[in-house]
Design a protein around this ligand. Sequence first.
Ligand code: G4P
Length: 290
Amino acid sequence: MNVQWYPGHMAKTRRLIAERLRQVDAVCEILDARIPVSSRNPDVAELTAGKPRLIVLNRADQADPDVTAQWGDAFRADGYAVLSTDAKSGRGAGKFVSAVRGLLSGKLKAYAEKGQAGRVVRVMILGIPNVGKSTFINRVAGRNVAKAEDRPGVTRAGQWVPIGKQLELLDTPGILWPKFGDETVGLHLAFTGAVKDEILDTETLGCHFMAYMAAIAPERLQEAYKLAEIPPRDGAETDIGYGFRLLEAAGRKRGFLVSGGEIDTERMARILLDEYRAGKLGRLTLEAPE
Ligand code: G4P
């Protein structure tokens, strides 16, 4: 994923969404359950106000289930229907159709009363790149609906994907940018791989992630990298300084040495991030509801 977010891109996507919104009955926003704040596009809530809305907390397999349940409650309290899914295995995706029907029950009832019970319902799927939109759509469709860029000449962008006879999905028109702006958001997007190492070089990102893990889940670091202890942080030490020491300790344990006996902290950083993203540090949510 190598998308740059330029004002022109953003304006175009905003316009495309606004145009296509008129054609849909509901909007489904897909978020990363590990970072529901940072993976949320900052404009979608406003753009879609007035439409019945469903939030899908995807990647639930990688997130802490208790925190995912808390997020579900928080979004429901704000008036959203909520579904948590693991689009990769398909878990939860089977509930999508009934969740949409529940969300639109009033409208469906009105259709039925007018003798239009079979009328097609249309849902726009919105989400930032890499959150799992294609995987989710494929799961719900029960077949592979190729990604626009996967097959030359075949474009899914702007096309309706039929799900049975009464539901059609529309993938995000345009490319939706994540919620950049504050440093924590950028780091969380980078830790989870939503923006692949575009924000910082891998080693610096690894230092930040080490310092972060040492603060929120030291026992997982200790276990994963077989460290006798997590050394305490010196008062004045920065995240980068402290994280670097931890990268060295983990790298030493793994035997990642370069000539001269130094630790290959760059390699250790890459491994750390890969292992977190692959779920090897366990199910970990980085953002909890307030
Ligand atoms: P996008 O359309 O929103 O850009 O995302 P896409 O579906 O292409 O998914 C991006 C990556 O995330 C894919 O992995 C996909 O398998 C993975 N993914 C999607 N949903 C989930 C989920 O709920 N849980 C987990 N663990 N992973 C998910 P990839 O590495 O690009 O491909 P692959 O290795 O799966 O083939």
